[in-house]
Design a protein around this ligand. Structure first.
Ligand SMILES: C[S@@+](CC[C@H](N)C(=O)[O-])C[C@H]1O[C@@H](n2cnc3c(N)ncnc32)[C@H](O)[C@@H]1O
Length: 324
């Protein structure tokens, strides 16, 4: 595990913007739902001293170990509670840890650089490894290999289309089913080759690696990422103290669309038809959206950290609805 800790090199994205928008104050409670290597958390924790609390959640042991080391070194005086779990189960995690309420939430979605870089995790189409892609290896059973070898052709096409926006979804699904009949598909490079072969040559020349979208789609399916995000965001807003803020960084349009949708639903007031003389729906806004358009990385940041190119940051503030 020590070797893995040393390899935990992840540059936090939109760091300045996140700290500025969340603006944590001494004594407050910050909850980082995607702790990773604590790149954001270490900076947020600095603002909490001397008596604030940092709650860090990740489903990956490797991230939790690296984050614990970093926070102990850089923020020894700030109280921390690090929790292993899925932010889709935020209610349970915060209840069990007896957290009274939260002033700032951060979600920095997706995988970290080390998860991608360590070939054995099976996320990468560049290195040969067993097809795994679980962010919490060992905790639940469905691996990428099981998705690829057991799903029906129609289900595979749905996953590739919905979560990868892959326009060759049907051809790729057909090719996967054909190839797995010869021999089960067990490794990342074999899958990457099958995807590549299913895409017409003229369409392989642009848009990055031909397997990029398919790998993203299968990862989202394996980790139930969209369901967890929907549950996690709604729970986070419930736990926010009045005036508290939530910041979400997403890296593809599907996630960003969900963040935008959940935020606008919660920011919406009365939804009665316009000809209704009095409100009967009882709908009141519970948040104010601070970012009409998502914030993006500066050119300087993209030059230093290409991963930040696709990052979209949305922020909202919890309203005080106690006297509505
Ligand atoms: C992009 S990284 C976060 C990096 C972190 N902000 C930093 O600067 O070091 C995303 C992290 O969130 C974790 N993660 C993703 N989805 C999760 C979920 N549903 N529940 C808990 N952790 C999750 C991943 O394991 C990964 O460590």
């Amino acid at each position: 595990m020590d070797a893995l800790k040393q390899e935990y090199l992840h540059v936090p994205v939109l760091l300045e913007e996140v700290v500025r928008e969340l603006d944590p104050q001494p004594g407050q409670i910050v909850c980082d739902c995607t702790l990773g290597g604590a790149g954001h958390s270490a900076a947020l924790a600095r603002r909490l001293a001397p008596d604030g609390l940092l709650v860090g959640i990740d489903q990956d042991d490797m991230a939790l170990n690296a984050a614990r080391d970093r926070l102990d070194n850089e923020n020894p005086s700030v109280e921390k509670v690090l929790l292993k779990g899925n932010f889709g189960d935020l209610d349970d995690l915060l209840v069990k840890a007896e957290i009274p309420g939260v002033d700032c939430f951060l979600f920095d979605l997706g995988v970290s650089s080390p998860q991608l870089d360590i070939g054995e995790r099976g996320f990468s189409y560049h290195e040969d490894a067993p097809l795994d892609m679980r962010m919490n290896p060992g905790e639940h059973n469905t691996t990428a290999a099981e998705v690829v070898n057991n799903y029906s052709e129609a289900d595979l096409a749905r996953v590739l289309r919905t979560y990868g926006d892959e326009r060759h979804a049907r051809a790729i699904a057909r090719r996967i089913v054909m190839e797995r009949q010869k021999e089960p598909i067990r490794t990342t490079l074999r899958l990457a080759q099958i995807v590549r072969d299913a895409i017409p040559a003229r369409d392989r020349r642009h848009g990055g690696h031909p397997a990029r979208k398919s790998f993203q789609a299968i990862r989202i399916e394996v980790n139930h990422e969209m369901e967890a995000l929907d549950r996690g965001l709604r729970a986070a807003v419930r736990w926010l103290n009045p005036g508290g803020r939530i910041a979400v960084i997403s890296y593809h349009s599907l996630e960003d669309r969900m963040v935008k949708h959940v935020f606008s639903e919660m920011a919406q007031g009365c939804i009665c038809p316009p000809d209704m003389p009095v409100c009967v729906c009882g709908h009141v806004p519970i948040i104010k959206v601070n970012t009409k358009r998502p914030l993006v990385a500066s050119e300087e940041e993209v030059a230093l950290n290409p991963r930040s190119r696709s990052a979209l940051l949305r922020v909202a503030t919890k309203l005080d609805t106690s006297d509505v």
